[in-house]
Design a protein around this ligand. Structure first.
Ligand code: PNS
Length: 183
């Protein structure tokens, strides 16, 4: 791959890689990708295959959801990878790893991961973007929990994901329960 001094690929420009489990993709993830596209020419959304994490959605299902969401955004490439992230990055023309940071609680995990990746590949940097205020409380984990218990997650994940969650849990995710305190 021909790269200039800044690590830009001559054909693709500046490429960032956005790795994650995306189990499932949320509007928090989408927000990071959209803002990254203001800085980078292309963003590779790289879905990690990690069966140890016992994902709710298979890698094929996650790929389908993310690909469908970004089908009209040619600057976004959607792929999956197995094994070490640094090995996958080396096969692409990405110049940086991109991660979103929600709160201080994310920091320790992200700091360890970025440091480990940099120790595995000393040229590889991780760039962090602060999650927008609208999504700082959104995580795939809480989305799954809320959906599983029948809560509404519309507006926090793409509509397609709302439907997939509904199918997975065989629950109407729009159902709202009225709680009366005098009951
Ligand atoms: O969305 P997540 O689950 O926080 O993403 C974590 C991910 C997939 C980016 C991370 O677990 C990863 O990079 N996995 C690939 C294996 C690897 O390279 N591990 C060493 C980095 S510490």
């Amino acid at each position: 791959m021909k790269k200039n001094k800044k690590g830009e690929d001559k054909n693709m420009g500046k490429v960032a890689i956005y790795p994650g489990s995306f189990d499932p993709i949320t509007y928090g993830h989408v927000d990071i990708v959209e803002r990254a596209l203001e800085i980078f020419d292309k963003v590779i959304v790289a879905i990690a295959v990690n069966e140890e994490k016992r994902p709710l959605f298979s890698v094929e299902e996650r790929l389908q959801m993310v690909k469908t969401f970004f089908k009209d955004t040619p600057k976004v490439i959607v792929d999956s990878f197995k094994g070490l992230l640094v090995d996958y990055v080396a096969k692409t023309n990405a110049i940086v790893i991109l991660r979103g940071l929600r709160a201080t609680s994310d920091f320790e995990y992200e700091f360890h991961m970025a440091s480990m990746n940099r120790s595995l590949d000393t040229h590889l940097d991780t760039l962090f973007m602060m999650t927008s205020k609208d999504y700082f409380f959104v995580s795939s984990r809480t989305i799954k929990e809320v959906a599983r218990l029948g809560g509404g997650v519309q507006g926090l994940v793409p509509d397609l994901v709302v439907r997939r969650l509904k199918e997975k849990f065989k629950l109407p995710v729009t159902k709202k329960k009225q709680i009366r305190w005098d009951d």
